[in-house]
Design a protein around this ligand. Structure first.
Ligand code: URA
Length: 195
C-alpha cells in the first residue's frame, strides 16, 4: 500500500500485473476530487477511455455526467470516479476474476487514500466485487448497504441504460436517493467547488 497519491499513481501507470497491459493504450487511473466524500466505481475502460486515459468519456459517460449534474455532482469538483480494472479488456469483454483480483489492489489503495463516506458501484460486475457477490442489480440497485463503515449502493450501468432507455427513470431515481444520502451524511460534497 502506498500512503501518497504520487507514488500510487506512478506505480499504477507502469503496472504489468496481468495480461490486460499488453493491449492498452492508456492506464485509466481515475479522476476527480481526491478528498471527495463520494466515490463512483465502474467496471473497466472501454475504447474511448483507453484512448483518452479517463473513465467514462464515451456515450455512457455523457449520460452519467448529465445525471450527475442534475443532482449537483461534478466529476471534476465533488466526486471521484475510478474503475475496478484500470486497463481495457479486449473487445470490452468482462474482466476475468484473476484480472479483477490483480487490479483491485490499486482500487483498494485509492479507497484507502480517499476514505469516502459513500461508494456507488456502476453496474453488476463492480457491485458484485465490491458490495456483495450475489447482488441482484435489477432488484437491488438504489439500495444502500453498509460495509466497513461505508455506505455502498449499486446503480444501473450507464451503458445498460443506453441500451434500454426505458430504464432511465429508475436509473435517475437512484441519483435522487444518492442526493438524499449525501445531504444526510456528507459535510462538504455540496460545498466543494474545485479539485
Ligand atoms: N464503463 C465502465 O465501467 N467504466 C468506464 O470507464 C467506461 C465504461
Amino acid at each position: 500500500m502506498f500512503d501518497n497519491w504520487e507514488a500510487l499513481e506512478k506505480e499504477c501507470m507502469q503496472c504489468r500485473k496481468c495480461g490486460l497491459c499488453e493491449h492498452r493504450t492508456n492506464v485509466v487511473f481515475g479522476t476527480g476530487n481526491r478528498n471527495a466524500e463520494v466515490m463512483f466505481i465502474g467496471e473497466g475502460p472501454g475504447e474511448n477511455e483507453d484512448l483518452q486515459g479517463e473513465p467514462f468519456v464515451g456515450r455512457g459517460g455523457q449520460l452519467l455526467d448529465k445525471m450527475l449534474t442534475a443532482v449537483d455532482l461534478d466529476r471534476h469538483k465533488n466526486i471521484y470516479i475510478g474503475n475496478m480494472v484500470k486497463c481495457r479488456p479486449p473487445k470490452n469483454r468482462d474482466p476475468r476474476p484473476e484480472e479483477q483480483e490483480m487490479c483491485i489492489e490499486w482500487l483498494r489503495n485509492q479507497v484507502k487514500l480517499i476514505r469516502p463516506k459513500i461508494i456507488v458501484c456502476l453496474g453488476r460486475i463492480a457491485a458484485a466485487k465490491i458490495i456483495k457477490p450475489d447482488i441482484k442489480i435489477t432488484k437491488e440497485h438504489g439500495i444502500f448497504f453498509e460495509k466497513n463503515g461505508v455506505q455502498m449502493m449499486a446503480m444501473l450501468h450507464p451503458a445498460a441504460v443506453l441500451r434500454d432507455p426505458r430504464k432511465k427513470p429508475e436509473a435517475f431515481e437512484d441519483f435522487l436517493t444518492l442526493r438524499d444520502k449525501i445531504k444526510e451524511i456528507c459535510t462538504h460534497t455540496y460545498t466543494d467547488t474545485e479539485e
